[in-house]
Design a binder for this molecule. Structure first.
Ligand code: PMP
Length: 353
């Protein structure tokens, strides 16, 4: 071993879902939206000003911040934007989780959280979800260095009522509580309602799911202005120009088209509800989904076998080889046609077993 190797920061990286690009594939493994972004997004990208690309983008990302602040009835200084919510969350971990006490999050949740903790040397504890994948809120009443809850949770798809989230915030007013709402638009009430009430609350959302723009990489955080200032101070100490010009103008157009946004969500929820009913008939069970995916287990066939059988047929879903969930598949909601085809294949796989 070379001496300099001791000085290399060693991390076990997050493993993103695979991004195959095969003809005719049905890709339901990374919770992307099957529909295109709002029509205004395409138009603005076609017309993008080359002079704007020659220059650096606006480091304050004023246009997008203003549009989002208007949408959520917040002030501009209550909004922070970044390169996908992964970037926003990483900045938030760096900014807010600096205690020697462990931060808390559920044992089954977004698998990026332990990676940021290891990278940034943040101690953590993971209170277990109950057998129905619900949060045990009393587990968050103890002394800690911060709390992060994904609501709806991934990969379980479970949405906790806002009263549960508020109870956790109420019991943790000495630390920062982050609510990661990547999937909230497919669920129910958002913790953004509580921002005026709790100065220690940060709500993080994304354009990747309900706004069909995973490829653009836009995420944002909302909270008290002192939290947003702290996030910006860290961002400017790291990279002032995180958001590129194309993402900024495209993001603005997406937020402007509320009709398209709502219609897209309605379609996904309708397809999800139909898919849930059909999966039940096939012998699958799952928690009621509050997201754009279903987390399902079959009464007879092991999840890994279903995963492999679908893959052979060019259908990609996600399987996590992790304790408590290795017999589940996470299936993103695609178009009606895609889901019909998947259900047909599942029927065949089950018949054959
Ligand atoms: N939070 C959760 C719970 C997620 O599932 C994802 C998607 N992988 C993200 C955050 C990050 O999404 P993005 O960086 O595309 O905004």
């Amino acid at each position: 071993m070379k001496p300099w190797e001791n000085n290399i920061r060693k991390v076990v990286p997050y493993v993103p879902g695979e991004q195959p690009n095969k003809q005719g594939m049905i890709k339901l493994n990374t919770n992307e939206n099957p529909y295109p972004p709002a029509p205004g997004v395409e138009k603005v990208l076609q017309e993008i000003d080359m002079d704007a690309l020659r220059r650096y983008p606006d480091p304050t990302v004023k246009l997008l911040v203003e549009e989002l602040a208007h949408f959520y009835h917040l002030n501009n200084n209550q909004l922070f934007v970044g390169v996908g919510s992964d970037d926003v969350l990483a900045m938030a971990f760096l900014t807010f989780y600096n205690s020697s006490k462990p931060i808390l999050y559920p044992d089954i949740t977004y698998s990026f959280y332990p990676v940021w903790c290891d990278l940034l040397r943040i101690p953590y504890q993971t209170p277990p979800l109950d057998e129905n994948f619900a949060i045990v809120k009393e587990d968050y009443y103890k002394d800690n260095g911060g709390v992060i809850i994904a609501n709806p949770n991934a990969p379980t798809s479970v949405y906790e009522e806002l009263s549960v989230i508020e109870d956790i915030i109420k019991h943790n007013q000495d630390v920062i509580v982050i609510v990661d709402e990547a999937y909230i638009d497919f669920a129910g009430r958002s913790a953004t309602e509580l921002i005026a009430k709790y100065e220690n609350l940060l709500v993080v959302q994304t354009f990747s799911k309900s706004r069909s723009m995973a490829g653009m990489r836009i995420g944002y955080a909302m909270g008290n202005e002192s939290l947003i200032k702290a996030l910006n101070d860290v961002k400017y100490s790291f990279n002032s120009y995180t958001m590129n010009e194309a993402a900024i103008v495209a993001g603005v157009e997406a937020v402007k088209d509320n009709g398209y946004f709502e219609e897209g969500i309605r379609k996904i929820i309708a397809t999800r509800d139909r898919t849930e009913a059909a999966l039940t008939k096939l012998g699958f069970s799952f928690p009621k989904s509050g997201s754009n995916f279903i987390f399902a287990t079959h009464e007879k066939i092991p999840a890994k076998e279903v995963f492999d059988a679908l893959r052979v047929k060019n259908v990609y879903v996600r399987h996590f080889n992790l304790p408590r969930i290795n017999n589940y598949l996470r299936i993103s909601i695609g178009t009606d046609e895609e889901m019909e085809r998947v259900l047909e294949l599942l029927h065949e796989i089950i018949e054959r077993y």
